[in-house]
Design a binder for this molecule. Structure first.
Ligand SMILES: NC(=O)c1ccc[n+]([C@@H]2O[C@H](COP(=O)([O-])OP(=O)(O)OC[C@H]3O[C@@H](n4cnc5c(N)ncnc54)[C@H](OP(=O)(O)O)[C@@H]3O)[C@@H](O)[C@H]2O)c1
Length: 287
């Protein structure tokens, strides 16, 4: 019997990964959901999953939470600037607990990516490589859901802003990345590296056209210089540091950093990827 664990299990990705493990035939009792807030874990408990509490900042709690775990899905944290030390804590705890394999959610082509976001992922990949634990790298491209935040304003105002020029992106649904992660956690072998993207290659004009199709309102794409786009995001209420990261990511799209012809995602899924329009339609319906 193999025991699996998933960190960030009360988050969008981690929760979907736990569901996907169960859908792929893993017995819920063989899954350990690692959460930092037990109160958010009622649904996981109801599903029969073992819930253990540990914060990424607490190595000894993490080591206790990982007791008896064979294969761990380390979902990257969301506290930018803190993530290398947090992920290092999880790896150290994994060493203490004797975890056999860690699958880590990195970023597309982390080793050559120009994105500012890649820095913490590259450092984490290095910590993992040096740990002696078996590693599977899940290098995720952009979530299709990232575009849901701008969709309502774009649809209302008729303009979708960005700074990706005419670059293309191959986004995929977060639930598809999570399902692929579950598949890799079950059957991945140490040393495997998956470059994960959706099957569509979309320019930002295509994304504007999708917003238009889904809503019935005309929407066009307006490209802005990176600094103007960052300023517009800040004006819209996004903290300046994060606005800078988002604008930098669009500049990455402009040079193809979030596009790839890899078929690793559909290979792991064993089915077609969810379309971008489907993610936007479903997301807007639930908003
Ligand atoms: N490729 C992309 O386009 C993209 C987009 C967004 C995010 N990401 C990355 O993918 C990860 C998963 O995405 P997501 O949508 O699932 O994000 P999310 O919903 O924000 O989930 C992040 C999870 O990390 C947990 N967490 C944060 N800090 C922690 C700490 N100190 N100790 C323990 N747990 C902690 C959160 O716990 P709580 O539930 O208690 O808050 C949450 O469960 C993100 O964290 C980020 O690294 C990638």
């Amino acid at each position: 019997m193999t025991t699996y664990a998933v960190t960030g299990a009360t988050g969008g990705f981690g929760g979907a990964a736990v569901s996907a493990l169960i859908a792929r035939g893993v017995t819920p009792g063989d899954i350990v959901a690692i959460v930092r807030d037990a109160e958010k874990a009622a649904a996981l408990r109801a599903a029969g999953v073992q819930v253990r509490v540990a914060d990424y900042r607490d190595v000894s709690a993490l080591a206790q939470a990982l007791a008896g775990v064979d294969r761990l899905l380390l979902v990257s944290g969301n506290e930018f600037g803190q993530r290398v030390s947090q992920h290092t804590n999880v790896v150290e705890a994994g060493q203490k607990a004797g975890v056999g394999l860690i699958a880590y959610t990195s970023i597309l082509r982390a080793d050559s990516s120009p994105l500012a976001l890649a820095t913490e992922h590259i450092a984490t990949e290095k910590v993992l490589a040096d740990s002696g634990i078996g590693v599977v790298l899940l290098r995720n491209g952009w979530y299709a859901e990232n575009y849901l935040a701008s969709a309502p304003t774009a649809i209302e105002g008729g303009v979708f802003y960005g700074s990706a020029r005419d670059g293309q992106v191959a986004p995929a649904a977060r639930a598809d990345y999570a399902d692929a992660a579950a598949a890799a956690l079950i059957s991945g072998q140490r040393g495997e590296v998956f470059e994960l993207v959706g099957s569509q290659h979309l320019s930002y004009a295509d994304i504007a056209a999708t917003f238009a199709d889904v809503s019935g309102n005309p929407v066009r794409y307006q490209d802005l210089p990176e600094s103007d786009y960052a300023a517009a995001l800040t004006q819209a209420g996004i903290p300046a540091a994060f606005a800078g990261v988002l604008a930098d990511s669009d500049a990455g799209v402009a040079v193809g950093a979030l596009d790839s012809d890899s078929s690793d995602l559909v290979g792991l899924l064993g089915r077609p990827a969810t379309t971008f329009a489907e993610v936007i339609r479903t997301g807007l319906a639930g908003a």
